[in-house]
Design a protein around this ligand. Sequence first.
Ligand SMILES: [Zn+2]
Length: 226
Amino acid sequence: MFQMFGFGGVKCPRCAHKSDDQSGYCKHCGLTLGAPRSEPVLRDNRWVPGDDELAVYFGVSALTGIFTKTLRVPATTRAYILQADKATEVPQGEYEIEGFFTRLNHLLRNQNAEILITRSAALPVEFSFDDLHTAEHLKVSARFTVAIKIENVAAFARHFMTVPGVVSIGAPAGGGIRGQPLDARHGRQRRPARATGRTPAERPETAPGLLRPGGGAGGNGRAAPR
Ligand SMILES: [Zn+2]
C-alpha cells in the first residue's frame, strides 16, 4: 500500500470511502485519512490495542464521529481524547453518544479531536542475544524483557501523534539483535523528510521522557549488551 500524495485518493480504513487528500479527513465518516487499519478499533468501536501494540492513534473531524456505534472501552485499555491541548481519559465502560457527552461534558462534540488508545498494563518487549562475542570465545547468550508503558500522554502526543499511526513491537532488527524493538508505523506514508534527519516517530526508543519501563526492568528500548 504505497500511496503517493495526490494520486488516486486515499481509502478510509473505517468506511472504505475513497477521499481525495485535501481536508485530511474522510468526507464520508470524518476519520483522519491514513488512520491505521484496525478492525476492533475502527469498525467494532471496541477500543483495544492489538496484542503487540503499545498505542493506536487517529483523529476525527468532529468528536461525535467516534459514535459510529456503541463505544466500548475495556478494562485492559486506557483511552484518551485530546482536544484543545487537553487530554481527557475515557473511563472503562460502554457509551452511547448522549451519555458520553453528559459524563465528559467539557468535551466539544463538534470540534476535531485526536484519540489515543493504549494499555492498562505495560507491554513486555523481549530481547534475545543468542551469540554474544566474548574475548574468551565462550558461547554466551542473553535474554531480557523490558516492560513499556505510556506515562506522559502530553509528551507522547507531541512526539508521535503528528500523523495517525500505531506503535507496536516491530520486525526483528539487524545489527545482531534478534529482539523486537518497538516500531512506529503510520497508516499514511511517512513524511518525505528523510534527508533532513529522522523524525522522532521513527525512533521511539530515544524520545526522552515518553516511555518509562515498568515491572522493575531497567533500561530503555535500545538494547546494548554489557
Ligand atoms: Zn470514512
